[in-house]
Write a protein that binds this ligand. Structure first.
Ligand SMILES: Nc1ncnc2c1ncn2[C@@H]1O[C@H](COP(=O)(O)OP(=O)(O)O)[C@@H](O)[C@H]1O
Ligand SMILES: [Mg+2]
Length: 244
């Protein structure tokens, strides 16, 4: 069966002023893909996700999502940005934050249906017991699961997650990766930590101004005891030539 393309990026270039950050990027993302985007700090990963969301506009090239422009497709995408400036003194609780995922431009009140969906996503992210807590009372991992539940409450077809496990302790990271793996959406996860390659992704894009794609990553090179060696991984990737 032919794979269905959901995101198509063609000859995309982007500059901040005269600083060229992305150059001639081409990528197709298929329905059900779990794509990891890795690469060095400053390589352009966050910029790329912002272009996918229409928060930035390409200097050259085109992005189509479900055959539509990024702005038209935005409602189909759940997004977890890399940096969120939370006002820690916000009086609202976890349930209120997740409900925000149900907001649309003209909505004044949340319906019973909205509450039901928000609650279902909280169950998925295992945070129902935290529903009355304030954001400042949560650990980093719990906070990320709240934000994931909010992104899911939108019922998106695609999830874009920018460094969702950065600055979370290892156990919290494992939990988030395990939860993500089971989500049916098409997923794009940005990380500068190559552990992400062992968490169920099926494709890997490396972005450092240009994009190189590695398909069918073999995660069996992770040893049984859970240890993996970055040198083995680099050898493995080197032995599989880049596809563009
Ligand atoms: N708003 C901005 N204005 C100017 N330059 C920026 C801006 N945001 C990022 N940059 C620069 O663009 C490059 C890519 O940044 P970014 O996309 O955040 O990379 P990554 O997410 O891979 O660390 C970096 O050199 C960064 O300094
Ligand atoms: Mg970034």
């Amino acid at each position: 069966m032919k794979k269905q393309i959901e995101i198509s990026v063609r000859h995309l270039s982007f500059r901040y002023g005269t600083h060229e950050v992305l150059k001639d990027i081409n990528l197709d993302v298929y329905k059900g893909d779990y794509l990891a985007i890795i690469g060095p700090n400053g390589g352009g990963k966050t910029t790329f996700t912002k272009l996918l969301l229409g928060l930035l506009t390409p200097n050259e090239g085109e992005i189509r999502i479900f055959g539509k422009s990024v702005l038209e497709a935005r409602r189909e995408i759940g997004y977890l940005p890399q940096y969120i400036n939370f006002n820690m003194d916000m009086p609202i609780n976890v349930f209120d934050i997740v409900l925000q995922g149900r907001l649309t431009p003209h909505k004044l009140f949340y319906s019973a249906h909205d509450r039901k969906i928000a609650l279902a996503q909280m169950e998925k992210m295992r945070i129902v017991h935290l529903r009355h807590r304030k954001i400042k009372e949560l650990s980093g991992g719990q906070r990320q699961r709240v934000l994931l539940a909010r992104a899911l409450a939108k019922e998106p077809k695609i999830l874009i997650l920018d460094e969702p496990t950065a600055s979370i302790d290892p156990d919290g990271q494992k939990e988030i990766y395990a939860l993500l793996k089971n989500l049916p959406q098409t997923k794009i996860i940005v990380s500068h930590d190559i552990q992400v390659l062992f968490e169920g992704v099926n494709r890997v894009a490396h972005i450092n101004k240009t994009l190189y794609l590695h398909e069918n990553i073999d995660t069996t090179i992770q040893r049984d005891e859970g240890h993996f060696c970055e040198m083995e991984l680099l050898d493995y990737i080197k032995s599989h030539s880049c596809s563009n």
